[in-house]
Design a protein around this ligand. Structure first.
Ligand code: ADP
Ligand code: MG
Length: 455
């Protein structure tokens, strides 16, 4: 016999569900669920995607089951599954043939052309997923696949060094890959702010507005920077509304939950909570190990499991420091020709395990230390000259800023005479390589880092 349609009971199921949760949860997660009653004592609840399914299962399963019991009877089995129908979305029809590079609309709004390209190494395929970042990763992936359609904005928050910037870039890469015609723009909140101030100064606010409102996927990093900056809040509020109304995707990161961004106006704060909020927690030990293992695969030398475990058990809550510790060990081994073992690793890392309650270092302190170690004037380190040994000293100082502070790449660049964040990334990579081939550099960087950590 065909299952009986029971619209009455389905309606009451939906009503009970709707009553049980906040309006946002209802709209985002529960309303899209489809219910099928097979008439044999079980109902199938179908979510529109795998991601959606996992979210409902994890966060709302009890609510769904209770509602089913009330609407269909207490012995009803609830089977949750994901829809296998292809997802129809508004972008699909538009998926273009590949375009010549000038017309793909990549360059976005930066004032002097594309000053915020996406960094190639920050992609989904090298983001290690664990319990601490699983939802943030899945949500980021979902918005990159269907920008602007659901979860808007996606707001990712968590402490420094846990992968927020990595995820924002990943959304950008994947979005560009899937929808080459969309304008994808990564921008730090600070750069957004500077652009805005620049627009005011040059009386070109129309340009500023046109540029930002033309974006299809806006990746706005470190929005806590807006705190206490009255001027920008009003403007950003309008940018936000205009993008949101036009169905453009926003992904926003912050070092804390919107409710702790205390000086943001309520109306902006509540908009951050319109879409999907997800945090990133410090990684558990398995995830730390997995990240180290992945990094170790790229290292020129074999790194034994015991050493990876040693590092994973000493560097707890910052992935940047985790990577720094591994670099130090492999560089030392490459230089000295020693095999990597536990003794050597604990020796090399003895001063590098972060001291919990030390105060954060400033860029000035790092520049000062590099300046005296390389015997070059501090002013020149932030100046334009690219002569040696100045250029090397500058790169080392940038490397140390990356390793020892929580500052973003653009922020570091700014402190070195307004250099681009790709310049900083290049400096970091170059110093890492040099440390493996040049004993003096290794010693000098290690000594600098150790003395700075002791201050
Ligand atoms: P945040 O923006 O939260 O301060 P980042 O995105 O800059 O952190 O991440 C710091 C470093 O750690 C980057 O080099 C990034 O690639 C790496 N990282 C963070 N999370 C992961 C992860 N889950 N898997 C691999 N690498 C990660
Ligand atoms: Mg960041």
């Amino acid at each position: 016999m065909e299952p009986q349609p029971a619209p009455g009971r389905q309606d009451s199921f939906r009503e009970v569900l709707k009553e049980a949760v906040t309006p946002v949860t209802w709209q985002t997660w529960l309303e899209p669920l489809r219910v099928e009653n097979d008439g044999n004592g079980s109902i199938r609840v179908v979510a529109p995607s795998e991601f959606h399914l996992r979210w409902v299962e994890d966060k709302h399963f009890d609510t769904v089951r209770d509602a089913a019991h009330r609407a269909f009877g207490t012995h009803t089995d609830v089977i949750l599954e994901a829809s296998h129908e292809p997802v129809l979305d508004e972008f699909e029809d538009e998926t273009p043939e590949p375009q010549p590079p000038e017309t793909t609309g990549h360059s976005g709004p930066a004032a002097d052309g594309d000053d915020s390209p996406l960094l190639a190494k920050y992609q989904f395929n090298n983001f290690v997923v664990g319990p601490s970042n699983r939802f943030a990763n899945a949500a980021a992936m979902a918005v990159s696949e269907q920008p602007g359609t659901r979860y808007n904005p996606l707001f990712i928050y968590g402490k420094a060094g846990l992968g927020k910037t990595h995820l924002l870039h990943s959304v950008g890469h994947n979005g560009r890959y899937l929808y080459p015609r969309l304008v994808v723009q990564y921008v730090t909140s600070e750069a957004f702010f500077n652009d805005f101030i620049d627009g005011i100064r040059r009386k070109r606010m129309d340009e500023f507005k046109a540029r930002y409102r033309n974006i299809d996927i806006l990746l706005l990093d470190d929005v806590q920077f807006f705190e206490g900056k009255e001027q920008i809040l009003e403007e950003f509020f309008h940018t936000f509304n205009s993008l949101h109304e036009a169905g453009k995707q926003m992904v926003i990161s912050s070092d804390r939950h919107p409710k702790h961004l205390s000086t943001l106006e309520d109306r902006l704060r509540s908009r951050f909570e319109w879409g999907l909020l997800t945090d990133i927690q410090p990684p558990d030990v398995e995830t730390r190990l997995a990240i180290l293992r992945r990094n170790a695969e790229l290292a020129p030398l074999q790194v034994p499991q015991t050493v990876l475990e040693f590092i994973a058990s000493h560097v707890l809550d910052n992935i940047r420091e985790l990577e720094g510790a591994l670099t130090r060990v492999t560089a030392y081994a490459a230089l000295t020709g020693q095999e990597i073992d536990l003794d050597m690793a604990s020796d090399v890392l003895q001063d590098l395990v972060p001291q919990k309650d030390s105060r954060p270092l400033t860029v000035e302190e790092i520049i000062h230390a590099a300046s005296s170690s390389f015997s070059v004037p501090a002013d020149d380190l932030v100046g334009p000259s690219r002569k040696q040994p100045l250029a090397l000293a500058r790169q080392v100082a940038m490397y140390l800023c990356r390793e020892l502070t929580d500052l973003s790449l653009p922020r570091i660049g700014q402190n070195f005479g307004n250099r681009d964040h790709t310049t900083v990334m290049h400096a970091v990579d170059r110093v890492k390589k040099l440390m493996q081939s040049d004993q003096r550099i290794f010693d000098q960087v290690t000594a600098l880092s150790q003395s700075l950590r002791r201050t």
